[in-house]
Design a protein around this ligand. Structure first.
Ligand SMILES: [Zn+2]
Length: 134
């Protein structure tokens, strides 16, 4: 009993430590995307995808950004539980541009030491986190 709860506690601590690293990498990648690629980047923004899109789309249009990259509060909650974070993104233009944006996000995440999982489909989120034990 004691052993089990200690093991569980240790696993939780390990997840917390890994998440701190992943989050730091995501923060750096977002900062670089914001600075170099003229994108609107928001961490832990809005409660869900519809609210985030409704709030981000007018800003993207007004400021003539290429697009937006974000994750919302439900994504953040899932990340704290599982160590996997869904990165969401959209462009003002067509799906070809959206695919390019996805590739750009993967590139910046990789450059900042964040592992990614994405099938190249611009309608799907990009998963980041630790995948070694999957
Ligand atoms: Zn919402």
């Amino acid at each position: 009993m004691f052993q089990n709860s200690t093991q569980r506690r240790n696993l939780q601590l390990k997840l917390v430590r890994e998440n701190v690293k992943v989050r730091a990498g995501v923060r750096k990648a977002f900062a670089a995307l914001r600075k170099n690629e003229h994108l609107l980047c928001k961490m832990n923004f809005a409660c869900c995808m519809s609210c985030a899109c409704a709030e981000l789309s007018p800003i993207v249009d007004d400021e003539k950004k290429k697009g937006a990259v974000y994750f919302h509060r439900q994504d953040n909650a899932a990340f704290n539980e599982t160590g996997k974070l869904s990165i969401r993104y959209f462009t003002r233009t067509d799906s070809q541009d959206c695919k390019k944006l996805g590739e750009l996000i993967v590139q910046y995440m990789t450059e900042n030491g964040v592992e990614t999982k994405w099938d190249g489909n611009p309608t799907r989120t990009i998963e980041v986190g630790r995948f070694k034990n999957d």
